[in-house]
Design a protein around this ligand. Structure first.
Ligand code: FES
Length: 504
């Protein structure tokens, strides 16, 4: 382990690491554009200059190897002058369009310019004009803003393995482009927008949608597959404007897939179930007279699954069935990122609580009991958006003497149910999911649900209280402690906790 002195402080460091990584880990400020922790270093923006004892000139820290007894400074007039000169050079052809740029407010070029500002430009010549055009169905490039850091090009090569992007032209005409006739349209494509350090690559779905300083960011977890990528939800006026990945080395590194990122349409959909019929307490009253069966989807949170099981026990219900959604095979990318085939976020906990065999049987036992008359009542708790209810379930459920439905979107059974409870989406409640590797992670309420919606963990508890099966209604966190007593929300933190949960 070499020992170096960083800004006067002695450190033992990993000899394989480059200087910039060490500086950033130690909390030293070193501006950088082209370096990204999830990509191979390229050393082409020249912004990460530092002073090292074994060199007379300033050095590019993202490419500089450490050596024993090296002394490193990240601050000082000479270093500031070097960075200022690099920035002036990068800004020569950059337009002053921050007022209409979607990156404004979270742009490294803006931030470093503020720190090292000259205030005036010494460039009297005309600026070079580079292309503004679509690079793919979701991505548009403003070439004039591009500083050719090549993060996006390296992402497509190293992480997605698709290599659609390249740099064309030379010198100050250099700009990122696609090969003719081959747009960037891979399942991870929108990550290039997140890692663009300036506003060159823009997500067309977020274009002119919000000024980021007016928005609210909420930490959460993507619910579109069993991987549970860590995300931030950007909200303006109770409307989800975008999802972005939040780094978690154990789950999604720095990335998320486009399908998960864009799968928010149902939250503000006109097809939301908003007509509430009957009351949840009718389930308790009817449960005393009729034999119930229950169906639960693997979209439900840990808290909801725990309460649903308790309710089934309190009602002395018969069969419990499961709605799941599995599509194709898991997709693994060269950079290690995985999109799971299971398109629901919490199958692992359902398997732990009810048994994998029960989950794998799906709805068949419930349909059988309804058809034979062994069950006369049905409680259906779905929540998987856009999952068409199976025709045999619809037919059998219509024959039930009592039907209670809790779901997000309108469906044929909600239209005929005796009790309808409009459900909340993953963005409208607090709770937890267990991902495919048994990692328990938190979701947070980012937007308010429609006024008629009921948080599932609340109404399930109300029914249990009415049945005398629990003393009181508590928060989602309180229910979580009952479900997994060894954990608490604060122990889970923002990166989740690995458990011995089930992996198929
Ligand atoms: Fe080091 Fe770009 S971050 S050269």
């Amino acid at each position: 382990m070499p020992t170096i002195k960083l800004n006067g402080k002695d450190l033992e460091v990993d000899g394989k690491d480059k200087l910039l990584k060490i500086c950033l880990e130690q909390g030293a400020f070193v501006p950088h554009y082209c370096w990204h922790p999830g990509l191979q270093p390229a050393g082409n923006c020249r912004m990460c200059l530092v002073k090292v004892s074994n060199s007379k000139k300033l050095e590019v820290s993202c490419m500089y190897p450490v050596a024993d007894k090296m002394e490193v400074s990240t601050e000082g007039p000479e270093i500031d002058a070097g960075r200022k000169a690099v920035l002036e050079y990068l800004l020569i052809n950059h337009p002053l369009d921050c007022p209409i740029c979607d990156k404004a407010g979270e742009c490294d070029l803006q931030d470093y310019t503020y720190k090292y500002r000259q205030g005036v430009s010494r460039f009297d010549e005309d600026k070079n004009i580079r292309h503004t055009k679509d690079l793919g169905p979701n991505i548009r490039i403003w070439g004039n803003r591009c500083i050719v850091c090549t993060r996006c090009v390296r992402f497509c090569e190293e992480v997605a393995g698709t290599g659609e992007l390249c740099v064309i032209e030379r010198g100050d005409r250099s700009v990122v482009d696609v090969f003719p006739g081959i747009p960037i349209d891979n399942p991870l494509s929108l990550n290039v927008v997140d890692i663009c350090p300036v506003g060159a690559l823009i997500d067309k779905n977020f274009m002119y949608a919000a000024r980021v300083w007016f928005t609210k960011r909420t930490e959460s977890v993507c619910a579109s597959c069993a991987r549970g990528c860590n995300i931030d939800i950007t909200v303006l006026d109770n409307d989800i404007k975008r999802l972005q990945p939040r780094p978690n080395a154990e789950v999604n590194q720095y990335w998320m897939c486009d399908e998960g990122r864009l799968n928010t349409h149902y939250v503000g959909s006109e097809r939301r179930l908003t007509r509430s019929t009957g009351t949840s307490l009718e389930i308790a009253e009817t449960g005393r007279r009729l034999k119930f069966a229950g169906i639960l989807s693997t979209y439900a949170t840990i808290e909801e699954m725990h309460l649903f099981k308790k309710l089934m026990e309190a009602l002395q219900a018969g069969a419990v069935g499961f709605l799941t959604s599995v599509r194709g095979q898991a997709q693994k990318f060269p950079g290690g990122f995985v999109i799971e085939a299971d398109k629901t976020p919490n199958r692992a906990y359902a398997a732990q609580l009810f048994g994998e065999e029960a989950v794998a049987r799906g709805i068949a036992p419930v349909v059988g009991d309804l058809q034979s008359g062994a069950a006369q009542g049905l409680l259906l708790m779905n929540g998987i958006p856009d999952l068409p209810l199976p025709a045999d379930l619809v037919e059998a459920a219509r024959k039930a003497q009592f039907l209670a439905v809790c779901d997000i979107l309108q469906n044929p059974l909600a239209a005929v149910a005796h009790v309808v409870i409009p459900a909340t989406t993953w963005a409208e409640k607090d709770g937890t999911f267990m991902n495919i590797d048994g990692r328990v992670q938190r979701i947070h309420k980012a937007v308010e649900p429609p006024v008629t919606s009921r948080a599932e963990s609340q109404w399930l508890q109300e029914v249990l209280v009415a049945l005398g099966a629990r003393p009181a209604v508590v928060s989602a966190e309180g229910v979580f402690r009952e479900a997994l007593p060894e954990l608490t929300y604060s122990k889970i933190g923002s990166l989740g906790v690995k458990t011995n949960g089930h992996r198929r």
